[in-house]
Every structure is written in structure tokens, then in C-alpha cells.
Ligand binder design. Sequence first.
Ligand SMILES: [Mn+2]
Length: 304
Amino acid sequence: MPLRIGLIGVPSSAGAHGPGQEKAPSALRKAGLIGALRTAGLELEDLGDLPVARFQPDRANRKRQSASRVTKVAGQVADAVGRAVERDVVPLVIGGDCTITLGVVAGLLRRQSDLGLMYFDGDADLTTPETTHSGIFDSMGVAHLIGEGAPELAHIGPRYPLLPQDRIALFGFHPYEIEPAEAGLLERSAMLRYPVTSLDDRPVDFAREALARLEERSGAVAVHFDVDVMDSAEIPLADWPHYDALSFGDAMRCLSVFVGSSRLAALVVTEINPDHDPEGLLVRQFIDAFADALRPVAANAARR
Ligand SMILES: [Mn+2]
């Protein structure tokens, strides 16, 4: 059975700090994402985009901004991902803010309960409505995956919590982005942790190690890739900038390791804000490197 990839666009900034990310799927399509991925050898099916959900301020829910819209989008993502995996298609989900990964996990769990998640992100996303300053759900995704936070969002899947903590690997987060309340949760947790400050000058070796440890405990591996894991001084595409992060090249080499897993269940790309790139130059640069990083997916497909 050949490995088929299904592209699902999620034009949503419902859980973001402001608008912009809802433009990412169309910007990437316009800049040639599909052609680049097919040239890299992927058997790609275009499953279209979900409805646009643009950021709106939510003054009535100061610590749970747009909770109902975030939950609705995640539910739509879960349905689209569920339909794809029913047909043995591996979803490539292009966001959209980080909360869409909750929907991806919920959708995958309908088919595969033995799931692990490589959370490749500049943040640990462990705040909750109780501990947040901003009230923005974008920074709360992992907390909700492990059952914390707003019940309606934490309960969107076929089970609760969505993932046991030891099935999550946090890779590339920056300790200086961790808030005190998150640090407590992180210290007590069984998640695999690879802060960017621990990767020395060999992030790819650590990427292999992290993937191997996750594969030891999971029958399938979903990959979440927030572009803020890359240094915004080098490639300022992320909605919220991060510095002292991985270089563009190192991040793409790590991504290539993760998607090369023979157990790849889905890839989610989040936090691209095309407003940071009015000429589309960074998006094109990103697509070239991204398509190249995904070559191992095509190679794995050939072996299946
Ligand atoms: Mn992030």
C-alpha cells in the first residue's frame, strides 16, 4: 500500500494573539507548496481548506479568549483528519495556530490509540486559563492534550486525557519562554524534554534520540512543527518571534529526522504569519527547504 499524504489547510487564527495566521494555507498554496512536495516525491492528495476562522478579541472571556471558536475549529480539524485516516491517508495539516494540533490528535485517535507526539516547538505550551496572563489558547495546547485547562477543549477526542504524558516529546522549546507555572507542570511531568539549550551543537543527534525514545513507547508518531522553533532573526515567519532558537537549517534537518519515522501518523505545521512576508520571499524559501526535509517521507512510502 503506497503512503498517500493528504493536505488539509486550516486557515485559523482563532487561538492566536492576533490575525494573520489564517492566511498561511493560501499563501503556501500560492507560493507552490503542492508542486514542491510532489517534486520531492510525495504522493499528495489535496483535501482542501477548512473554513476561515480569523482572530477576534474576546473581552468577555479574558482568560479564555475565544474558547468556543478554538474548540469548534479543533473539532473541524478532528473530523477532517478522521476522514483522511479512514482512507489510509496520512494528514499533512497546514495551520493555523498551535491549537489545531489538539484536533489533529483527536482525529488520529479515532483510528490509532497507540499514538505519540513529537512537539517540535519553541514553547512548551503548558499554560492554562488558570495560569495564563494573555488568555490566548495558542500557548495552552500541550496542557490541554494532557487533560488540563478548559474541559470543553480537553475533551474533544475519543478519550480523556488525549495523550498520556510519556507519549509526548517536547523538542526545541526555550527555557526563557517558560512561565513559572509552566515550569512546575513541566518538572512534575513524564514528558520527554529536549530544551533548545540542551541540544549543544548536535541537534540532529538529539532529534534521532528523541524520536527513538518516542517510538519505543508509541505505535504511531504525529509531528507538530511550530515555525517559532526557528530563529526569527534568520527566518521571521513565526507569528510570535523567538530568538536564540534553532537555525533554519538545523530545524529542517531535525524535521527531516522526525518525518522520516516509519510510524509517521501526521505532520502539522503551525504559526506561519504571511503578514511578516508581504513579498512572499520567506514563504518560498520555507517551501523549498520544507519540501526537501520531507524527502524521507517519499522514501519510506517506497519501502512500505
Ligand atoms: Mn510555539
